[in-house]
Design a protein around this ligand. Structure first.
Ligand SMILES: [Fe+2]
Length: 194
């Protein structure tokens, strides 16, 4: 499965602009993380693979949002399309209730950036400009401490992601934020899904 196949699936399965934006923003961060890890451009564990996993991790969320179905419907679909087990394991692992351990760097990275990416985009939306360019790490940290802000984002999961990836919070926040800023043209307006 290529990035273009993954984008076609998102176009077919996801109508919501905000979910499309979330998927492409997670893709941008996964791409940056894969490059930082020195992965090859293509192959089962590659920059393209990590982009696809980012793009596809919530593919079924709009049609099947319950914990009984999400992300299991997506995983079955991807298996039927021949996606590697490493991809489906990472997607199962991002849902803590699946019970699937996050063993690979791919799975740990997806879990450690997913909620955080959603949180940072929520912080951007309360800036006057509504742009990620105007978000700083300090404001992300302040908002994380404010329980009423984006209450749906589980702070415990963010902390768990940091521990599993074995990264320092400030450095991780800065990395994710920079990747979102670098990729803003691809997700902040009309999400790039061609
Ligand atoms: Fe997500």
């Amino acid at each position: 499965m290529t990035r273009s196949d993954a984008a076609a699936l998102v176009r077919a399965w996801v109508a919501s602009e905000s979910l499309r934006r979330h998927l492409v923003s997670v893709e941008c961060v996964m791409e940056a993380a894969a490059r930082r890890a020195g992965l090859p451009e293509t192959g089962e564990d590659s920059v393209e693979a990590w982009r696809c996993v980012g793009l596809l991790h919530d593919l079924d969320y709009e049609k099947h949002p319950t914990p009984e179905e999400h992300p299991f419907v997506c995983v079955e679909l991807l298996k039927s399309r021949g996606a590697p087990a490493s991809w489906t394991e990472a997607i199962l692992g991002h849902a803590t209730y699946s019970g699937v351990p996050r063993a690979s760097l791919l799975a740990k990275t997806l879990f450690a950036i997913d909620e955080l990416t959603g949180f940072m985009t929520a912080v951007a939306l309360v800036r006057p400009s509504r742009k990620i360019a105007d978000v700083e790490v300090s404001s992300v940290k302040k908002k994380l401490k404010s329980k009423g802000f984006a209450a749906g984002v589980n702070r415990e999961d963010i902390a768990l992601g940091l521990r599993e990836l074995n990264v320092e919070a400030d450095a991780h926040y800065a990395f994710v934020l920079q990747a979102l800023k670098d990729g803003a043209a691809r997700w902040e307006g009309a999400p790039e899904l061609e």
